[in-house]
Design a protein. Structure first.
Length: 202
C-alpha cells in the first residue's frame, strides 16, 4: 500500500472492499467535499462519477462517507490538535467506568502511537446519535461527516494510514463486511454510554 498515491488509485480499492461512497477531496486538504455527495440526501457515487473525478484530479485526497451500519469515533488529542478538550483522556476515563472499547480498525495521519484517530465500529442499522460523544470526541455516522483516509495527505504533510485491531500498520484495507468489531461489551452498548445519546431514525 505504500506505493499507491492519490484518489484515482485508491478509489477502486475501497469500492472492492465494500466502501462504495468514496469521494475526492482537495489534494493535501480535508475539505471541501464534492457538493451533493455527503449528508442525509447524498447522491450515490457511481463508477462513472469516480472516473470523472479521477480524470479531473488523480492526486486528490480520499474520503469515505460513513455508510449505514457503521459508526466512527473521531478522537482528538491535545498533542498536535488545537482543541478545547482532550478526547483521548476523556475516552480513557470512560473506559475505567465502562471497560475498554473493543479493539478495532483505525485510521490516522499522526502515527502508530498517537491516540488521535478514527475508530471504526459496526452498529445496528437505523440508529442515529445526537451531537458528539464527549468533549474532544465526535461521532461520524451516516448523514454526518466523512472520514479522510489512506492514501490522503494531512495538511501537516503526513500520510493517513490504516491500523489493524492489534495496532499494527495495515498492509491491506479493512473490508466493510467482516473485518472490524461491533462496539459492544465490557459495559459499552453500541457506543452508548450515559453521555452518548442515541435515537432511532424514522
Amino acid at each position: 500500500m505504500t506505493d499507491i498515491y492519490g484518489y484515482t488509485a485508491a478509489a477502486p480499492l475501497y469500492r472492492a472492499a465494500g466502501w462504495m461512497q468514496v469521494i475526492p477531496l482537495p489534494e493535501g486538504r480535508k475539505t471541501p467535499p464534492p457538493a451533493g455527495f455527503t449528508g442525509r440526501s447524498r447522491k450515490p457515487v457511481t463508477d462513472e462519477q469516480i472516473q470523472l473525478w479521477s480524470q479531473a484530479n488523480p492526486n486528490a485526497n480520499t474520503g469515505i462517507v460513513i455508510p449505514e451500519g457503521v459508526l466512527v469515533l473521531d478522537i482528538d488529542a491535545e498533542q498536535g490538535h488545537q482543541v478545547k478538550a482532550d478526547g483521548a483522556k476523556g475516552i480513557s476515563k470512560l473506559s475505567q467506568e465502562l471497560g475498554a472499547l473493543p479493539a478495532t480498525w483505525s485510521s490516522t495521519a499522526h502515527g502508530i502511537d498517537s491516540p488521535a484517530r478514527h475508530l471504526f465500529y459496526k452498529v445496528p442499522e437505523g440508529l442515529a446519535w445526537k451531537g458528539g460523544a464527549i468533549e474532544g470526541v465526535d461521532i461520524l455516522q451516516p448523514g454526518h461527516r466523512y472520514s479522510v483516509v489512506w492514501p490522503s495527505i494531512h495538511p501537516s504533510g503526513e500520510m493517513y494510514c490504516w491500523y489493524t485491531p492489534s495496532g499494527a500498520f495495515a498492509s491491506t484495507l479493512p473490508h466493510i463486511s467482516a473485518t472490524w468489531r461491533h462496539c459492544h461489551g465490557s459495559g459499552w452498548t453500541i457506543c452508548a454510554s450515559p453521555t452518548i445519546c442515541r435515537t432511532r431514525r424514522n
